[in-house]
Design a protein around this ligand. Structure first.
Ligand SMILES: [Ca+2]
Ligand SMILES: [Ca+2]
Length: 246
């Protein structure tokens, strides 16, 4: 479940750092109401972070155990571009709040960055993947304005050539443990990446390998992003091909 190396974690330093930025740390990190609170590098180790409703927080990246969002969390744009590991966030659990109808109320803006979610098993990965898919679908259908999982980089791209891809690692790399965006990740982990529309295999470029992935989906292989479903509907079809061909 934890494919990457254990990170050094210094609780006292983290407390001082967090308090300085007007967050509270008492087992969980809870943002107080403060518009556009920028917390910089939010490397909380094993801590949990909660962004309550009505609160907006920005960070360079978020590396914590559980991340719960009812308000809005935005990852600052990474100046080195899409798929640079500098802005990579990783969590063990992501919870985007929903209302009583099941609609997402929380918003996660990935900017132009990536998110890795550690999963302990294949079943857990599938359950979480379906939720993440729904959250990105909600974001996509809002023109990336939210709620759900969105990308301000995609929203601000006048050519519509920026999107958010998602895959379980085993959809792209089989059962291998791989290095991806600077992290060692396992086959059950989930990767979410702001990348070029049509980048099925999430390597940051759109090429014939992505066409092959689309063709696999088009001929019945599956309807995930990794198999060419780039518009988050139920099917892989020529609209998705046209996205690849942008
Ligand atoms: Ca690609
Ligand atoms: Ca589609």
């Amino acid at each position: 479940m934890f494919g990457r190396k254990k990170r050094a974690y210094h609780p006292r330093a983290a407390v001082a750092e967090v308090l300085e930025r007007r967050l509270l740390l008492d087992g969980t990190v809870t943002a107080v109401k403060n518009e556009n609170l920028d917390v910089g590098d939010l490397d909380g180790g094993d801590a949990d972070v909660i962004v309550p409703a009505g609160v907006s927080v920005t960070a360079n990246q978020v590396r914590v155990n559980q991340l719960t969002i009812d308000g809005k969390l935005s990852i600052n744009p990474n100046p080195n571009g899409i798929l640079d590991p500098t802005g990579a966030s990783f969590v063990n659990t992501l919870v985007l709040a929903t209302n009583s109808s099941g609609a997402f109320t929380g918003t996660l803006d990935l900017g132009n960055n990536v998110l890795i979610i550690n999963e302990p098993s294949e079943d857990a990965a599938l359950d979480e993947y379906n939720i993440i898919w729904s959250a990105i679908q909600t974001g996509y259908n809002s023109d990336w304005l939210g709620p759900g999982i969105i990308s301000s980089a995609a929203a601000n791209d006048p050519t519509d050539q920026t999107s958010i891809g998602v895959a379980i690692v085993n959809q792209l790399f089989g059962g291998e443990t791989v290095e991806w965006s600077g992290q060692t990740i396992n086959s059950d982990d989930i990767i979410v990446a702001v990348t070029d529309a049509g980048d099925a295999d999430l390597n940051g470029v759109v090429d014939l390998n992505d066409f092959d992935q689309w063709l696999y989906g088009y001929t019945g292989g599956g309807n995930s992003w990794a198999y060419g479903n780039f518009d988050y509907n139920g099917v892989v079809d020529l609209n998705d091909f046209n996205t690849w061909n942008l």
